[in-house]
Design a protein around this ligand. Structure first.
Ligand code: ASP
Length: 583
């Protein structure tokens, strides 16, 4: 090795040891007679000293070192005269006797320190330099540790990791596919998997019983802050199970991860069905770190003369404890917040409970004191509380109120990133009506089984059928989701037909799966957890990008390697792809 020790391990116990270290020059300080260099590697920083009196030539050589030079030094561990108790190696330094420059470095485009002066775009272009910084490296160490504990846990529970193909066939459901042209099959394309869904089901048909894979998935979607075109899932499937078995297995896994990675003991995960999640939080991924649940107010606000409420499908409110002190300005800011196009409410009504127990609202013209007291009762509101009300169509007002609740929760400091509040959301609807295409889509995916008790509604009221589908939600983040699958041909055919597939299309797309179902397919189900999101959650960050070694930016570009990029005319020809005619 080019070193006897790394840059983070030498201590006072090593005094007088002869050592050899290699690393990067973080910075150097020239104090005339003495030159100090901070030598950095993945493990830490060790201070080097070069003494003019002892070796002039060596000292001169040290003065030439620039930031990020890669060097090797030999020397002796000595005690520091001024110790630094903030560094694990802060009691010692190396009195250098030999210096070798292993490689010079240009001055980096930003400082490679915990706090850097580099902007996002620049750091992404030089991601390999950004990755030299400690806080960034730590995020990938966390990722590694989580992956390792996932494997430990699942291996211990008899799951086996199986790789599934990356070049597969495009399917119309779900998001848009990334496609890869086939050189050997003119005019034909592979697709990159959005998930290994059908393959893992086939592995259950094959009798593997318990499968998992930490696997890249690809979705060609418009990107948001927490989305990447390629992302990683912990993909799992189990045979001879019911929903309860999956929930229990993966709740245990998550608790194992919190225990081993963060030393946090999580209690049993509460359960909430989809209908309640929507009714109480206006979201299928409720952040239950704090209460502030919705109350529906139709019965106490309608038909009393206020047209806006009278005409609304839903009048829904939340109660913010102790917020009656909000000023006009603060209330206006909340109103502006809910009226933003992304939130979409038409307005916001407030009611403050004064110290004397009376209520002052923004709609006092329409409601008597007694009528307003009836609202307060719904919430069990107390003196000093603030009630906020939104009205309109059910889905829109719920979603706007959910945004307002999260916004207020953050403003009031109720969304502490070191508190973890998991919840299972269950009983999702099987189908979702899409106004644009005027047809049903599978809410989870077309392989999800309907609840037996709702089977008779499949024809008569498909929108009301509930699925054996569940999501794991932590702090308002959908960490994962899965379902118990259909495992017989006729139900699968029926499902595909509900989704608007013709018999031919169904056979063409999913014939292989339905054929497999005819050869003794066992009951099975599974889940996939978003691994990047999980890492961000464990690391206390909102952005998954920080936890990916080489992420794409918001336009789906890798600005370091400059991809995507055009390909040559020869490549295009070989792939039977046309170039755009010259303009
Ligand atoms: N394949 C599903 C997904 O990617 C997860 C599952 O049902 O297991 O969302």
């Amino acid at each position: 090795m080019l070193r006897t020790h790394n840059c983070g391990e030498l201590r006072i116990e090593n005094l007088n040891d002869s050592v050899k270290l290699s690393g990067w020059v973080q910075k150097s300080r020239d104090l005339g007679g003495l030159t100090f260099v901070d030598l950095r590697d993945r493990y830490g920083i060790t201070q080097l000293t070069f003494n003019m009196d002892e070796n002039q030539q060596l000292c001169a050589q040290a003065r030439e070192l620039g930031r990020e030079f890669v060097i090797q030094v030999e020397g002796t561990v000595i005690e520091r005269s001024s110790k630094n108790d903030k560094m694990p190696t802060g009691n010692i330094e190396i009195s250098v006797t030999k210096l070798t420059v292993l490689n010079a470095s240009k001055t980096p485009p930003f400082t490679i320190e915990n706090e850097t002066d580099g902007g996002e775009e620049l750091r992404m272009k030089y991601r390999y330099l950004d990755l030299r910084r400690n806080p960034v490296q730590e995020k990938l160490f966390l990722r590694h540790k989580l992956a390792k504990e996932v494997r430990n846990y699942l291996d211990g529970a008899a799951f086996i990791e199986v790789e599934t193909p990356v070049l597969i066939k495009s399917t119309p459901e779900g998001a848009r596919d990334f496609v890869v042209p086939s050189r050997m099959n003119e005019g034909q394309f592979y697709a990159l998997p959005q998930s290994p869904q059908t393959f893992k089901q086939l592995l259950m048909v094959s009798g593997f019983d318990r499968y998992f894979q930490i696997v890249k998935c690809f979705r060609d979607e418009d990107l948001r802050a927490d989305r990447q075109p390629e992302f990683t899932q912990i993909d799992c499937e189990m045979t001879f199970v019911e929903q309860e078995d999956i929930l229990s297995t993966f709740e245990h896994m998550m608790r194992h991860l919190f225990k081993t990675v963060k030393s946090i003991d999580l209690k049993d995960f509460p359960r909430m069905d989809y209908a309640d999640a929507m009714r109480l939080y206006g979201s299928d991924k409720p952040d239950i770190r704090f209460g502030m649940e919705f109350h529906e107010l139709n019965d106490v606000t309608q038909n009393l003369g206020f047209k806006v409420f009278d005409e609304a499908e839903l009048v829904v409110g939340i109660c913010a404890k102790g917020c009656a002190t909000y000023t006009r300005k603060q209330l206006d800011a909340l109103t502006d917040f809910v009226k933003r196009p992304q939130v979409g409410a038409k307005g916001l009504v407030y009611a403050k409970m004064n110290e004397d127990g009376s209520i002052k609202s923004s709609v006092d013209k329409f409601y008597s004191e007694e009528q307003k007291q009836a609202w307060a009762e719904k919430f069990g509101a107390e003196k000093g509380d603030l009630i906020l009300i939104i009205s309109g169509n059910v889905n829109q007002s719920r979603s706007a109120m959910s945004e307002l609740r999260l916004h207020l929760g953050a403003e009031l400091g109720l969304r502490d990133k070191n508190t973890f509040a998991p919840v299972w959301v269950t009983d999702f609807p099987l189908l979702e009506w899409d106004e644009e295409t005027k047809r049903f889509h599978a809410m989870h995916h077309p392989f999800t089984s309907p609840k037996v008790e709702d089977f008779d509604k499949l024809e008569s009221a498909p929108g009301e059928v509930r699925a054996n589908a569940y999501d794991m939600v932590i702090n308002g983040v959908e960490v994962g989701g899965g379902s118990i699958r259909i495992h017989d041909r006729s139900t699968q055919e029926k499902m595909l037909s509900l989704l608007g597939f013709t018999v031919e299309e169904a056979k063409d797309q999913f014939g292989f799966l339905m054929d497999a179902f005819e050869y003794g397919a066992p009951p099975h189900g599974g889940i996939a957890l978003g691994f990047d999101r999980m890492c961000a959650l464990f690391g206390g960050s909102d952005s998954i990008r920080d936890y990916i070694a080489f992420p794409k930016n918001n336009s789906g570009r890798d600005v370091m390697i400059d991809a995507p990029a055009p390909i040559s005319k020869e490549q295009l020809d070989e792939l039977f792809l046309q170039t755009k005619p010259a303009k």
